[in-house]
Design a protein around this ligand. Sequence first.
Ligand code: SF4
Ligand code: SF4
Length: 399
Amino acid sequence: MRKFPEADLCVKCGLCLPHCPTYQQSLDENESPRGRISLIQGWSNGQLEATEALQKHLDHCLLCRACEKACPAFVPYGQLMDRYRAEVKEVDKKSDRKLQNLLSSGQKLRWLSRLLRIYRKSGISWFLRTSGILSVLGLAKYDAMLPRSIKAVKKESDQGDLGNEVALFSGCMGRLLDGETVNSAKALLNRLGYRVVMPEAQNCCGAVALHDGDFTVAEALASQNSQAFSGAQIVLTIASGCGATLLDYPSRFPAVVETKHLAGKVKDVSQFLVENWPDDIPLKALPKKVFIHTPCSLKNVMRQPSGPEQLLGKIPEIELIKDSESQHCCGAAGTYLLDYPETAKRLADGLIEQIEVLNPDYLVSSNIGCAMHLRASIAARGLKTEVVHPIVLLEKALP
Ligand code: SF4
Ligand code: SF4
């Protein structure tokens, strides 16, 4: 039996090539979707050795899935890459689970979040940054990824109608660094009359484990999350990277039956708010210039790219500038920004140049990974644009 039947769907037409950021940068066929599919086929049928060079070409893939959206043969490229990485990991038996262990531990995340809040609030970060100590230690870029202030997630509130309930998937990074967005989501949904529940048993979505080829860990997380949300009718995500992963559960873990139920209930929070925003809640004017960044996971996987624009378009006097349809991956791509910082920086450059020219007050992004990467890239150019989730601005406009 063929190991990767998905690869055989590829007719090698090359229509995906103009959409692939790594191919566009290198013009190297090995760095293209078609080339990578051929490398997987060659490796799996024994024609190619698993050399370091072959592995690098496959590791360089951002998993942005722009190719999947453009493919007329419907090659499930994301699924193919995830399965390939799992297979290679199985052969290598190498697994560094430090990051995944941290992301999967609610207790460790709570402690780390507390420490980071103290770090930001106490002035330690200001001192280390302005004294140059962070640069000397090579930590300045990590500091620049953090939000200006890190808020704690507020305790559950009983506001909203008990019969009108939605569940919120905060994601590990949401709990760690993005209390501001979680709190805005709760406040806005409460205002619309929804009671918001955040099941304690929810865990990291598993994107890092999945993309790292660690299927065992990713499957356990998928099972845990599916059970945690089994009683929910609607599951809203505040990070499109998490939303995309939850939607992928059934195709990645067909043996875990409950994943199907969870995937059928997932929606991006901006999309949900647009669809349910009543006419009788007016918004205050917010005369700010706002650049909308659309994460790959929102447009290529969740396929709900217009939610943030439609939502923010309800705010009087706001000036919206949207990134172009052809805007490729910003380079964040999960842990890609840490593994390949130079390529990640080059991929963000075009967008940051636009920010330099347009000088918006805010850049909004629906994915925390992209937000962190773009925040650091903006800071590196000495620009003042603040990076937030779109719903944080919507909450600012609530009367
Ligand atoms: S567009 Fe699809 S079928 Fe054509 S080369 Fe790319 S992956 Fe293969
Ligand atoms: S997922 Fe993105 S980077 Fe990877 S081959 Fe497809 S278009 Fe290129």
